[in-house]
Ligand binder design. Sequence first.
Ligand code: C5J
Length: 234
Amino acid sequence: MDISALPYDYTLPEDVKKVALVIIDMQRDFLEPGGFGDALGNDVLRLQAIVPTLQQLLSTFRSMGLMVIHTVECHQPDLSDCPVSKLHRGKGDLKIGDRGPMGRILVKGEPGNGIIPELEPLPNEVVIYKPGKGAFYATPLSDLLQREGITHLLVTGVTTEVCVQTTMREANDRGYECLMVEDCTESYFPEFKQATLDMVRAQGGIVGWTAPAANVIAALQAWMQRPEEKAIAF
Ligand code: C5J
């Protein structure tokens, strides 16, 4: 079963349980005023446009019983996992660990660090807490994917050119077949989003594929309609 994608069709594995949805950092810190994104001077509201489409994709994965992985960029309260370079980067008034309107910026467990309610993880879904931009660095993600036999990752979330792209590149180097879902990822900078999509699929898909959510959902629904799947359902 193929997803119509760029630079060419993306082939789903025979066993669709090998596909996982990765939702990167859809946390209040990046999407709501008063968080880390805002502290860095960004227009955070423009990221919210992807939420309804991402909800549709998430609900397709949930209805098919496929693996869903959420990530959260955060640091321990004592900031011991935050490199000094990251701590001091930027010229905003609020830095990582400072107290803002939604609690301490980018600190695990603070209100601003929570995933937005529209995409609240279910108890059976994995949440990876990550101190870096990539979801593989200093996290159990690699072991988890290997243990679960995942081979294909559909990558979504924010921001496209930072944590989403870094994670997709890390995954690509580890041998995962990755597809970035175009309308389920967003950036504070539209031109950076476009450039990222172009870079990912350039040179014959040097980092992977891109496709809109509608194409992904259509392919997954078609997969469910295969005669062998219908037979299992009865
Ligand atoms: C950033 C992220 N932009 N989740 N984090 O600092 O992309």
